[in-house]
Design a protein around this ligand. Sequence first.
Ligand code: ADP
Ligand code: MG
Ligand code: MG
Length: 313
Amino acid sequence: MKTETGAVVLVGSREDLHIQEVSRRLTAEGVDAVVVDTLAFPDETRVSLTDDLDGIVVDGRPVGRPAAVYLRGLHASPLAYLVDAQEAMDADWRTTLTAFREKATLLNGLVSRWERLGVPLYNPVSSDWVMHKPAQLAALKAAGLPVPRTLWTNDPEAVRHFAAGGRVAYKPVNGGAATRELKAEDLTDERLGALAAAPVTFQELLPGEDIRVYVLEGEVIASLRIVTQALDFRQNEERLEPIELPAPVARNCVKACEVLGLRWTGLDLKRGQDGELKFLELNGSAMFLGFDAGGGTDVAGHFTRALARHARR
Ligand code: ADP
Ligand code: MG
Ligand code: MG
């Protein structure tokens, strides 16, 4: 196609360390890396889309149909990582939210056009629907993969019924709070009344080890054990140990990635009371720099080389 540019596009913020690292490595490999700075859009980054699928100009440069795209983040919500919309929200939340929705629609439209053009996206936007955990875990289970017994609900009675089946953890449906154990005192009318404000995830409590696995294009490229005393490992890592996954577990990780239609992912697994490793989630834009630094893995290298290969075809 005439507008094929050979560049690899990185969608995210120049302030994001993952964007910086991937950009630096691509440049070192002689690949043209173009950042579409979505955090700086629309105040600085300029984007124009015509009614041709490949009519795409970013900061004055025709981007058309790139060789590959790393989709790190759209920064299209006041709640998104690195976004600071406090002042604008305080001044006029309705106009601010409307502007974010406009931004989100344009950026989602942009990346969807690349998918439509057959550009390899890391990750495809057509997989977005399985990035919602209530769809994701059920899809994994339907494919025969081990997931913890889980209930997403705002119904107090359903929670009481679920909690009678053994130890239960609870956590947000999307994010914003840590995972905690559900205790008897959480089952009062008053406490469960909070479900009228927002639904919550209730899940079989998995007391065993935390494992993080990276899969890229059908292969496990890194696996680590996260050694911690806390129930929720984030911010509580004590040590990261690279591990060799048993072959059936590695096969399941690759299969999970395929079932969800992802080109790459960082998966969270945790061992249950029964000794089985169960899937907690597959992340569509997994962070990896901290794991590489702490566990001696090379996700950054594998990932960048995969992007670079498309540019050299
Ligand atoms: P997030 O998208 O917020 O990372 P996860 O489902 O991966 O959500 O949960 C975050 C962490 O909380 C997990 O890595 C694990 O350490 C802990 N956790 C989550 N679910 C459970 C559970 N059912 N039992 C025990 N710990 C859990
Ligand atoms: Mg997680
Ligand atoms: Mg997550």
